[in-house]
Design a protein around this ligand. Structure first.
Ligand code: PMP
Length: 402
């Protein structure tokens, strides 16, 4: 056998969906593909002010390495403020700042998984987690979601079957990517109970938790229990700017110490300047106001997408009505291949992500993630009109006459 220079992991699961549909940059395309925040909503003036404040108060240190666990002031702020609605304070020692929450996911894969180890992921589940964890083990198992989030009865059956083999479970409790679901409170409590009973860790990802449009979300798992089996990750990408690449991990102190060791092998410290910028942005009172503004803007977009879908796709597909986040998740009839539909849609200058990308089990061929975050309310109807034209053309190609 010839010498293999590269590691085995380079041949693990890959997907071309991101480059093909999400990064399609034709300016005439109305894209429902990206889970990116709206460029027009970045608070540029306030960031400018916060940046000046960083330079004025922090001086040269803003350009120095920081510690691997991240800027102490921002860690304290995350611990004191992000969970105060739930009367919970988290000590800074339990927090590690990361280069976006994608780095958090990678570090957690590195922490938990050797090749062949089992990790459970809600299904459909976040592609970034599937990609990150697939690099450490090719043994990811999907646990189905319904309209109330991950199915805890199904999960319990799986736990009984696989017992000690399960190391970790990943969920997005609020407005999941891609399903848009919000995990009901009963199931949150059940998850915590199961993790204690069957001795596995839960990674809860709060990427969209502050972007709720109709009512406040339910409490995050970390506020529901003092269990040392809960690891929480979060991000400033959706509530401020993904370009600042800042996220965080909250974990018991013995685990954050290991994570810091693992992180040292990656970057020895994430961007100091960005962490300080976020800290000052918050201190100046901008973050809370900005999140309020985002809620109003994204609610309007969500409502106009719903209207457009109701008009054109009501008899064709079924979907959830997301109470927050960025996504509608469409389920078409069984015979539909959403990947082919997405290719036809691209020709019609609109795009979405085929849902099968979010299923480790490779099911979900007939599903689609439609994101409203980047489309203006005025263009929503036009985009869905194009998608409907693509649908008609796709049906003709498949020779299906309903
Ligand atoms: N988790 C979820 C559920 C996401 O949707 C995203 C971004 N699409 C991330 C994590 C990663 O975000 P970032 O690395 O920008 O913090």
């Amino acid at each position: 056998m010839g010498k293999r220079n590269f590691s085995k992991r380079v041949s693990y699961r890959t997907s071309d969906a991101m480059s093909k549909f999400v990064l399609a940059q034709d300016p005439e395309t109305i894209s429902f593909a990206g889970g990116l925040p709206d460029n027009n909503l970045f608070p540029v003036e306030e960031l400018k002010h916060a940046y000046e404040e960083v330079l004025r108060t922090e001086g040269n240190l803003a350009f120095q390495y920081t510690s691997t666990c991240g800027d102490i002031k921002l860690r304290e702020l995350v611990g004191k403020n992000l969970f105060k609605r739930w009367n919970k304070t988290i000590p800074a020692d339990n927090i590690v700042l990361t280069e976006g929450s994608q780095q958090a996911l990678d570090l957690l894969g590195k922490l938990f998984l050797d090749d062949g180890d089992i990790a459970l992921i809600e299904e459909p589940g976040y592609l970034g987690t599937i990609q990150a964890w697939s690099m450490y083990s090719d043994n990811l198992i999907g646990i189905p979601q319904d309209e109330y989030g991950i199915d805890t009865d199904y999960l319990e059956e799986k736990l009984k079957e696989l017992k000690d083999l399960i190391k970790v479970l990943y969920v997005v409790p609020d407005f999941s990517n891609p399903a848009g679901t919000c995990l009901e409170i009963k199931r949150r409590l059940k998850l915590v109970e199961l993790s204690e009973k069957y001795n596995f860790y839960i990674v809860e990802d709060l990427a969209y938790s502050l972007l709720s449009y109709d009512h406040e979300t339910y409490p995050p798992l970390v506020t529901l229990s003092d269990s040392n089996k809960i690891i929480t990750i979060g991000s400033f990408s959706k509530i401020l700017s993904p370009g600042l690449r800042t996220g965080f991990i909250i974990a018991p102190k013995d685990i954050t110490q290991i994570i810091v060791r693992l992180k040292e092998g990656t970057d020895l410290c994430s961007g100091t300047l960005n962490q300080k910028l976020i800290y000052h942005f918050y201190k100046l009172g901008y973050l809370e106001k900005h999140v309020e503004k985002l809620r109003v803007a994204y609610r309007t977009k969500r409502d106009s997408l719903k209207k457009a879908l109701d008009e054109k796709f009501k008899d064709i597909a079924k979907w959830n009505f997301p109470q927050g986040g960025f996504f509608f998740f469409l389920v078409f009839p069984e015979w539909v291949d959403a990947y082919k539909l997405a290719e036809t849609a691209l020709e019609q200058k609109t795009s979405f992500v085929p849902g099968e990308e979010f299923f480790v089990s490779k099911r979900g061929k007939n599903t689609a993630r439609i994101s409203f975050s980047q489309v203006s309310p005025e263009k929503m109807a036009e985009g869905i009109k194009r998608l409907h034209i693509a649908w008609e053309l796709y049906k003709e190609k498949e020779e299906v006459f309903l």
